[in-house]
Design a protein around this ligand. Structure first.
Ligand code: 5GP
Length: 141
């Protein structure tokens, strides 16, 4: 499959679609998942075009890992999570629905089941409030 420049995350990167951002640098962007599996569910993407893991340059992958580590640390603190799940799907059979490489950062709690993947839309005001807390803890606001 060739990279589709009109996928939703490519549009977010070009500013053609809105996103509730928590962190950005020259190589990566982190923003709230609109259908969170748990409060504080954040996505981290590279700014380079890559459909999945197999398509990702190591330099971009390293940048995504660096951002993911930093954001996950803060998400764990802000949402007082018992643990943080990092997910990354490659191909429809594995559950990938957006074909721009991305890492999921999902807070987890003992005995609390996850909400459905790509399930219910969260209220944007709720996402904005959560993102503000993450940005503040990151020192980005
Ligand atoms: P995948 O299934 O490809 O691993 O994950 C795609 C994720 O993107 C899902 O968790 C879904 O909720 C999220 N998502 C889909 N469309 C949008 C969107 O327009 N904005 C944001 N912020 N997240 C989206």
């Amino acid at each position: 499959m060739t990279y589709d420049k009109d996928n939703i995350f490519a549009k977010i990167l070009r500013g053609e679609m809105p996103a509730v951002k928590v962190y950005e640098d020259d190589q990566t962007l982190a923003f709230m998942d609109v259908m969170p599996q748990s409060p504080g569910h954040v996505l981290v993407i590279p700014k380079t075009e890559a459909e999945d893991l197999f398509d990702l340059e190591l330099k971009a992958g390293t940048a995504v890992l660096r951002t993911s580590q930093r954001v996950a640390q803060v998400v764990q603190e802000v949402f007082q999570a018992d643990g943080i799940m990092i997910n990354q799907f490659n191909g429809p059979a594995a559950g990938q629905t957006v074909f721009h490489y991305h890492v999921h950062i999902v807070p987890r709690y003992e005995d609390v089941p996850l909400r459905r993947h790509s399930g219910d839309m969260e209220d944007i005001a709720v996402l904005e409030e959560q993102a503000a807390k993450i940005r503040q803890a990151l020192g980005e606001s």
